[in-house]
Design a protein around this ligand. Structure first.
Ligand code: SF4
Ligand code: SF4
Length: 355
């Protein structure tokens, strides 16, 4: 088990998804989803689908990447598997699963439309393996409109490693992005919708909400009976950012808004060299090396290249017994590396003795 974990990296997280996971989505801004027959859209031609995806500027909720860029990259190769990605591996968040579960016909239509372009050998819907750890009230479906729903046996973070999990060329697209695409085709309207989980111990009514892009958080919170909170996190607790105001509007990639009564992060204690961060890192980096270089302001050319491979998942900070928060320092280092590249600045040569 330990060997498997070291090879795969990643960590197991407590999920805290209920009761939002089992509740129906609350529709804001007069958003409606109508019933339709999937066969009505069987004959839609590939040129129209491609144009629609290009014009819509829909982004994948997991990666933030534009759907058109994912499609263009995939068109260069043969696609073995096309995945409807309903993986919500962050604690509290259930936006993608909820979009797939509550709007299965839209999710499958979205996948069918993309499938017409990519012609994959296989299609699947993938979900988080620990989704029902808390005893989910509504059963996880085995299939949605003929599409098999499969638990992916990986630890957090799952989405960036789906291609390693399956052999061959894998294209994965978020459930929310696919629902958006289908809705645009069904309604003939380019309005983009965000699916957001509102949860945390300071939320009275945890739930998933569908709203228009740009809807201020305060309007979403009106639906959820918030209590007094100390920390408001936009995005996930692992990789989101703390914000001070509820005037900020949500984006397609805002999968959750978390309100916590108490939150404290201690940083800057001593690294004890335990190497837990190494075992946890899904990118197979040595976080403590990069963290130390970053903290000392030491611009090491090789380590800066490695920092660019960091996906910001936060696993290293989560497992660190010294509360060093390596993910934070690595994020700073990565930014520094990208800035140096942009400015064309020469970095100092490696001096590993100082790291
Ligand atoms: S935040 Fe970066 S360095 Fe830390 S575990 Fe994730 S990928 Fe590795
Ligand atoms: S987990 Fe923390 S204490 Fe352990 S080696 Fe990594 S940074 Fe150091």
């Amino acid at each position: 088990m330990l060997f498997k974990r070291i090879i795969r990296g990643g960590i197991d997280l407590s999920q805290h998804k209920e009761p939002a996971l089992s509740r129906d989505i609350i529709m804001l801004d007069g958003i409606e989803f109508k019933d339709f027959d999937l066969s009505e859209y069987r004959d839609i031609d590939t040129e129209t689908i491609y144009k629609m995806i290009e014009l819509s500027k829909i982004r994948d909720e997991h990666t933030g990447e534009f759907l058109i860029d994912i499609i263009n990259r995939a068109l260069l190769k043969e696609t073995d598997r096309l995945l409807l990605n309903a993986v919500d591996d962050d604690p509290y968040t259930s936006a993608s699963y909820s979009a797939m579960k509550n709007l299965p016909k839209y999710a499958v239509l979205g996948l069918n439309l993309v499938g017409k372009l990519l012609k994959p050998k296989k299609r699947r819907c993938v979900i988080n393996p620990t989704l029902d750890d808390e005893g989910i009230n509504s059963k996880i479906p085995e299939k949605i409109f003929g599409l098999q729903v499969k638990k992916v046996n990986l630890s957090y973070p799952i989405s960036p490693r789906l291609d390693r999990y399956y052999d061959g060329q894998v294209v994965s697209i978020g459930a929310c992005a696919l629902v958006n695409l289908a809705k645009m085709v069904v309604d003939g309207d380019m309005t983009k919708i965000c699916f957001v989980t509102v949860a945390g111990d300071a939320v009275g009514y945890s739930c998933n909400v569908a709203c228009k892009v740009g809807t201020p958080i305060k309007e979403i919170l009106n639906e959820t009976s918030p209590e007094k909170y100390q920390k408001l996190i936009l995005g996930s607790v692992m990789s989101g950012r703390a914000i001070e105001t509820t005037d900020v509007g949500v984006e397609e990639t805002t999968k959750s808004v978390i309100l916590l009564k108490k939150y404290s992060v201690r940083t800057d204690l001593n690294c004890i060299g335990c190497s837990r961060c190494v075992s946890a890192c899904p990118q197979r980096l040595s976080p403590y090396y990069i963290y130390k270089a970053s903290k000392r302001g030491h611009e090491d050319k090789a380590l800066m290249q490695l920092a660019k491979l960091c996906t910001d998942c936060g696993c290293c900070s989560y497992v660190c017994p010294g509360k060093c928060n390596p993910a934070h320092y690595i994020r700073l280092y990565k930014r520094r590396a990208l800035l140096n590249e942009k400015e064309g600045g020469e970095l100092l040569e490696t001096d590993t003795n100082r790291v």
